[in-house]
Design a protein around this ligand. Structure first.
Ligand code: PEP
Ligand code: MG
Length: 752
């Protein structure tokens, strides 16, 4: 009987299902499987290699090779034909294995008598779990049909492995899915530590029946799901707010194209015809896409393949009838694991989360902004985390170091808990300081304010001991919606913020969009350098509609109380003057309309561009207050992108040059009696805060969690002495005074 005619994957799959239903441990199951595949494919050898933790491939079952080699033979990644298959996630077929590139002779297996070789990866969602091989003595050319049949069988083995079907005592522990500890070093998105249980943003679909004997029914299920998918995409495209949004529309148009891609659908139908359940047929395509994705360097093409992958995920969920989790019952210690997440979705989980781990994301992404506002630790760029993590897994998130331990060993968990305990102890000490002033030993009192961006932040105000909100970032309410917020809604929100703050002052910063913060309903201009581009006040002045609406909402939200408005990213006095005039015009208009106006309106600016420090004197006289936005100021001062990991930590706030610049700003403000504060992230780092105080700053605004540590350190220092240390460092020509300052503080036991 010619080999190719014998191939009917459906027959093999039916036998496979019967074999799986019989009782037995993992090893017995695998032994039965290799036998029946060998029989079904008329091969003298069939072997299964499974991947170990060190990525080597272990021979776990064989029909035809020396049984003694089972659990003894191992191949390193890339080694031999089996290693090459695992590495490339591509099949290899040859009629003369011994003379094929990469062949490695394994004497213990007795394979030298087999000439032809066909191996395929056992992969699930792009992750290679092992390799399935058949071999024959004669030199034969395996056909495309035979490769296809073996791939289909390998898909089913992968699904079974995912269900833990091959786990057994001793060496078969290797087959336990997602059982081993997994460590990943990502990047810091937001500091903080958390221990908890994994909640997957997109729960994995568990396929309990990978084989189907009713292709007609499976094809009908696939068609129904595809129709629902196309309807979903059309609905998204029809959404009103997308009518003008360029980039989103492009992505969705690409989705629509993919959802109607005939080749994709035909390949899935062919898989179903060969005996797979519809879900596995989708996953088979998804695995191929992911394998392609890992080989493609072109970012645009990768992005498109990503879209395709997203679409396949949607299709899988539609087939399995599971919606993405919403407004959920989360455990107390929930740690969200996602590939990426939008700001609205993250807000939806809200404070119920103890931490977030993202496989992608960026420091300035909206999700990172929300995580910061929610003050929950966030690790981004955690590679492979969504593939490794299972719902309910034990997980440790160290947002300070940017690392994640999944299913940690007990020793790791213990060390982590010690760190958390220490932090808690320190927190308790900070609570005791809450109502005490931030007064240094030599009697200088600093005003410590908190930064906020959500109404949900306000309860922190009395708890952390801040004397007010020094920076309320207003863009989140604009970013999380698909349309421009309504003035009345914004006014109500601003009123609630002021209500929650009670007597404590709040500085509202007007919309700071552009650069990394892009509104979904605003046409996006492709700018070569968005951080230096059309952003913040520049947008507001060029398109004053939204800015006027926001100012009106602020004036109304004040409901007769004092109001402070701050304009971001002012580079020149004229820009501030224009914004100030606009604000005063709106105030007059409100008055003319008979609305209640704020009891005292202060209009300030953020100093985020070096140029503003050199503005004419009249600016310092006109502006009611100034706040140094150190995050931006530093990036422009050093010409180092605050979002670029390669450079963002390169320059120090305590560098002599930056301190000298701060000192100049302090002097100019002092000369004109302009109130000055500092609201960049550095203000919340205790040693940096001490440095700023030594340069003459008397008001700092920071994340609520930083108030305690900053206050604790300030209360122990003598600012004159700190200043002397900084002067000494400068006199020595040091680039940064940090080491000297830290040493000084450590020597006095102030810093641990
Ligand atoms: C800053 O630039 O320091 C600042 C506080 O503004 P943002 O971080 O929102 O740009
Ligand atoms: Mg800024």
């Amino acid at each position: 009987m010619p080999f190719s005619e014998a191939v009917d994957s459906r027959v093999i799959l039916t036998r496979l299902r019967e074999a799986m239903a019989e009782p037995g441990e993992g090893q017995e199951r695998l032994d039965r499987i290799v036998k029946l595949i060998a029989r079904g494919l008329v091969a003298e050898v069939c072997s299964v290699y499974l991947r170990r933790e060190d990525l080597s491939l272990e021979l776990c079952a064989t029909e035809g090779l020396n049984p003694e080699a089972v659990h003894t033979t191992r191949l390193a990644p890339g080694q031999g034909l089996v290693g090459r298959i695992a590495e490339s996630a591509e099949p290899i077929r040859t009629r003369d294995a011994a003379h094929t590139h990469g062949f490695r002779f394994l004497p213990e297996t007795g394979e030298e008598i087999y000439s032809s070789f066909l191996g395929v990866p056992i992969q699930r969602l792009g992750e290679v779990l092992g390799v399935l091989v058949v071999q024959n003595r004669t030199e034969r050319e395996y056909s495309d049909d035979e490769i296809y049949a073996l791939e289909v069988v390998a898909m089913v083995i992968a699904e079974m492995a995912e269900l833990g079907a091959f786990v057994g005592p001793g060496p078969m522990e290797i087959a336990r899915p997602h059982g081993r500890p997994f460590f990943v070093r990502g990047l810091v998105g937001q500091e903080g530590v958390a221990e908890g249980r994994v909640v997957l943003h997109e729960p994995q679909i568990v396929i309990s029946q990978p084989i189907s004997d009713d292709p007609a029914l499976e094809c009908a299920r696939l068609r129904t799901a595809l129709e629902a998918l196309r309807a979903e995409v059309d609905e998204m495209l029809g959404a009103e707010y997308l009518a003008t949004a360029g980039e989103h529309r492009d992505v969705l148009n690409a989705y629509r194209m993919f959802a109607n891609d005939k080749g994709w659908v035909m390949r899935m139908e062919a898989s179903i015809e060969s005996g797979l359940a519809a879900e596995v047929a989708v996953e088979k395509e998804q695995s191929a896409t992911r394998a392609r994705m890992s080989r493609i360097a072109d970012p645009y093409l990768r992005e498109r393949l990503h879209d395709f992958d997203d679409l396949a995920n949607r299709l899988l969920r539609l087939l399995a009838g599971t919606a993405a989790p919403q407004g959920r019952d989360l455990p107390d210690d929930a740690i969200l694991v996602a590939r990426n997440i939008g700001p609205a979705e993250l807000l939806d989980y809200g404070r119920k989360l103890s931490g977030v781990v993202l496989e992608e994301g960026s420091v300035g992404s909206h999700a990172a902004i929300v995580a910061r506002a929610l003050a929950i630790p966030l690790v981004i760029h955690a590679r492979r985390i969504t593939r490794e993590a299972q719902g309910g897994d034990h997980i440790l998130v160290d947002g300070d170091q940017g690392v994640v331990h999944l299913r940690p060993e007990e020793t790791v968990a213990k060390a982590f808990r010690e760190k958390v305990d220490m932090l808690h102890e320190a927190q308790a000490a900070y609570v005791a300081l809450r109502d005490k002033p931030a007064r240094t030993r030599d009697g200088v009192t600093l005003a410590l304010h908190m930064n906020a961006g959500l109404i949900a932040d306000l309860p922190s105000l009395p708890k952390c001991g801040a004397i007010g909100v020094g920076l309320f970032r207003t863009e989140l309410q604009f970013l999380v919606r698909s349309t421009v917020p309504r003035r009345a809604d914004l006014a109500a929100l601003y009123a609630r913020i002021l209500d929650s703050a009670g007597e404590k002052p709040v500085v509202f910063r007007t919309l700071d969009i552009g650069s990394d913060k892009v509104l979904p309903y605003m046409r996006r201009n492709d700018e070569p350098n968005p951080a230096l581009g059309w952003r913040a006040i520049r947008v507001g002045l060029d398109r004053p509609g939204i800015m006027r609406m926001q100012v009106q909402a602020l004036l109304r939200g004040a409901r007769g109380r004092p109001l402070q408005i701050m304009y971001p990213f002012v580079a020149e006095a004229e820009e501030f003057e224009e914004a100030r005039e606009l604000t005063l015009r709106e105030l007059a208009r409100e008055q003319a309309l008979g609305h209640r106006v704020p009891a005292g309106l202060k209009i300030g600016a953020m100093l985020e561009t070096p140029s503003l420090a050199f503005a004419p004197d009249r600016f310092f006289e006109q502006v009611d207050f100034l706040s140094i936005g150190g995050n931006d100021l530093k990036q422009f001062f050093f010409a180092a992108d605050r979002e670029n990991e390669l450079v963002r930590r390169r320059y120090d706030m305590l560098s002599a040059s930056f301190l000298a610049f701060i000192e100049q700003i302090v002097a100019r403000c002092a000369g004109h009696g302009t109130p000055l504060s500092y609201c960049g992230e550095d203000a919340g780092r205790p040693v940096d805060a001490v440095g700023l105080a030594a340069m003459g700053l008397r008001s700092l605004s920071m994340r609520p969690a930083s108030i305690g540590p900053v206050k604790a350190l300030l209360r122990q220092v003598d600012l004159e002495a700190v200043r002397a240390v900084i002067e000494a460092g400068r006199a020595r020509g040091l680039a940064t005074v940090r080491p000297m300052l830290e040493e000084y503080l450590r020597d006095r036991g102030i810093l641990v």
